[in-house]
Structure formats: C-alpha cells, structure tokens
Design a protein around this ligand. Sequence first.
Ligand SMILES: NC(=O)c1ccc[n+]([C@@H]2O[C@H](COP(=O)([O-])OP(=O)(O)OC[C@H]3O[C@@H](n4cnc5c(N)ncnc54)[C@H](O)[C@@H]3O)[C@@H](O)[C@H]2O)c1
Length: 440
Amino acid sequence: MNIGVIGSGYVGLVAAACFAEMGNNVVCIDIDQTKIDNLKAGVIPIYEPGLSTLVKENFSRNSLSFSTDINDVLFVAEVVFIAVGTPMGNDGSADLKYVLQVAQSIGENMQHHLVIVDKSTVPIGTADKVKQKIQSALDVRSSNLTFNVVSNPEFLKEGAAIKDFMHPDRVVVGADNEKSMQLMRNLYAPFTLSNDRFVGMDIRSAEMTKYAANAMLATKISFINEIANICESVGADVNQVRNGIGSDKRIGYQFIYPGCGYGGSCFPKDVQALVNIANDHGYNPELISCVERVNKAQKKVLFSKLVSQFGNDLQGKKIAVWGLSFKPETDDMREAPSINLIQSIVKAGGKVSAYDPKAMDEAKFYLKDIKVNYCNDKYSVLEGADALILVTEWKEFRSPDFDLIKSKMNGNLFIDGRNQFKKDFIQDKGFQYLQIGVKA
Ligand SMILES: NC(=O)c1ccc[n+]([C@@H]2O[C@H](COP(=O)([O-])OP(=O)(O)OC[C@H]3O[C@@H](n4cnc5c(N)ncnc54)[C@H](O)[C@@H]3O)[C@@H](O)[C@H]2O)c1
C-alpha cells in the first residue's frame, strides 16, 4: 500500500518505519527541514531502541522516503496519517493548530480520493473538525474529490515503541464506513497475525479510548504515589505494600511503582486535556482532576527529601543527579521530573552535576537557563557531591559500584526516586538512604 505519514516525530517516524518494514511504500513528511535533511543523511533525530536500524534499512531499499513537501505524499498515497504534535495549550486543552494546518494543506493539495487517519491524540470531535477543514478547502477549489476521516489512536510507549508498534496489544480504529474500516484492517493485518487484536468502533469512541487509556495509567501512578506518601506518614513501607496488593490479579503489579511523578509528552497533557474536554461538555471529572494534582505535588517530593536533610538553603551543597529523561530508554525530556528538581536545587543555591545515558543534549535545551555540570559518566558526577539523587531508573544505575560511589562523594546521602534498591543493603554500604514511601 502507498502510505503517507505527516509528522516525523516519535509517533510518525516509528509508524512510518514499521509500515515500511511490512512491505508498504511510505513517504514521511515534516515541516522541519533540518530533521528531514538529517533523516535523509541517516541521522535519527530521537533515541528509540531499534529505530535507527529500521529507518536506515527501509530508506536504503526505497520503501521509506522523506520530504518536506506534502505533495510528495498526496500524489501517491492512498492513506495519509496525521501524526503531528497536539501540545497542551495555555488553558490546558489540546492545541489542534498543527492538526488543522495539515488538514488545510490536504484539502488544498489532494489529487484523488484519500483515507485520512488521525493518529495524533486529539479531543473527541476532532475528526469532524478535520473533515470540515478539508471539505472547506476543497470547496474553495470547487473540487468534488472525496475523502474519509478515520481515527486510529496510537498506544506505543517511548523506549519500546518499535516493539509496541510491531506487536500491539490492540489496534483501535474508529470509522464511519465499512470501506475505510476494511482498509485499516488490511493495513494492520500483518501486525496482528497471531491473533486478531483489531478493535473497530465509532470515531468518537476511538478518540475517547486514547484519553481513557492514558487517564487510567496516570491514575494508577498517582494512586500508588498517594499510598506511598501515606505509608511514609504512618511508618509503613510502600515497597512491601506494593507486593501485597499487586499479587491480587484484579490489581496487578504493573504501573504501581512509587516514584517522583510521571512526565513525558502524553500523560500530563492528555490527563489535563481530558479534564478540559469534560468541562467543555458540562461535566466535572473529580477523580481525573485529582490525578494531575497529585502528580504535580509528587514532582516536588525529591526536593523535599533533600531539604529535610540539608535545610532550605543549599548554598555550598553539590548534588549529583542520575537520570534526566522522563523515563529510561528515551531521550525525551518533556515534563520530566528532573526539570523541577534541578530548577529547585539551583534556586535554593545548590550546585548540580548530572548524567543521563541518552538525554543530555535534550536536557541542555530544556534547562538552558540553568547552570548544570553535565558529566560523561555516572561516576564523574559524584566528585565531591554531598548527595546523590536517582531520578530515572536506567539499567546502568541498577548495580553500580557503591564503594566507588562512596569514595567519590563528599557526603553519604542517597535519595532514590525510583526505589531501586533494598534499604538494608544500601545502608550497610554506609549510605543514608531515602526512598519514596518509606520513613527516613
Ligand atoms: N510520543 C508518544 O509516546 C506518543 C504516544 C502515543 C500518542 N502520541 C501522540 O502522537 C502525536 C505526536 O506525538 P509525538 O511525540 O510524535 O510528537 P513530536 O513532537 O515528536 O513530533 C511531531 C512532529 O510533527 C511535525 N509537524 C508539525 N506540524 C507539521 C506540519 N504541518 N507538517 C508536517 N509536520 C509537522 C513536527 O515538526 C514534529 O517533528 C501527539 O498527538 C501525541 O500526543 C504520542
């Protein structure tokens, strides 16, 4: 099939590479000329395991090409995916300007019947807006070309994006006609060969499914973080409580890790957008509004632990930070808890040394106004440090050389934002070890 993907970010590039890998011809578009030039030169703009190989292989056999000209898509494609960003607007709602700009250019330039697929996460009713935009542009051209708009929300996880796209738990498609639904079924059939995981539904339900999924996952995280905070107040250990509840199959172990709050490009903005969508329709979503509030508070927990030991004035203190990205296996810094933490430390007069295996360039952009000493490995950040804070649980932090850590540090405070270690083990190594949800 000839496929066009508009937007070559985390979702667009992964989708394009995976569709190409399955034997389709894919043209991937972006408005960012540098990004497209880099992609053509084999420079992949993001870190995502397996993506670089997949893009380069498919590019070299011409099943995947890149362009900044939307006509390169519209002249050849039967199906066009919209995978541009839908960032949080000033009022917390999803900003649809990029999606609607794309819809406008599709309407202005399309040359034959198209199935247009909303893959971006968009508020309920967006497919109708996309339809109207395209139709108005066609009307201006006095064109009687036809098109269908389909919703196909994406559920991939950054850090495991290729695996998730190639082996999805489910493929959700919302369509208002059987022909488009069948086309989407055919397109995704290679990804669900072992058992049929295609879930067809109406368009609004598909748009809502994405928000419901992210709200559920964010709720689980905020739930366990709230339980962690209660544990800490009452002298219980959330790690033991987690084991105690996760064994119940109705609850399960997944997504109940206590930590320093969720970040990334999806949960914060999608939870907030869902609150706004509900409010716009006259419903006050009490539970989901709290999820975001609990998370914002949780992002301050690591700094509070630091202050509990050193006081509010961090002048003269040197703090080492392990991990900057919002989660391991990605360089994505959007809404990462490390941003709040580092800003707070520097504001309180402390000095920060930081190391992340993949996200340092991104971090330099997100923290451009903040002086941070970026180091090339996990041990150099520790020189003379009064405290070490683990923010992102990259695998390389799981079994570090604790004797080496101690020999480099000035102090012995170790604050673990991801509860990676057994308390007794770290204390035996001579550290003062603070975790989330465990009394100091
Ligand atoms: N990142 C994730 O893990 C994830 C997962 C599921 C869904 N989503 C959703 O998918 C959408 C895309 O997310 P992302 O993380 O890939 O975003 P991104 O910011 O990484 O990429 C978006 C890309 O679109 C490009 N773009 C903007 N306007 C354009 C235009 N008019 N024409 C062509 N290109 C244009 C940008 O230059 C950018 O490269 C969002 O709605 C997001 O909520 C993201």
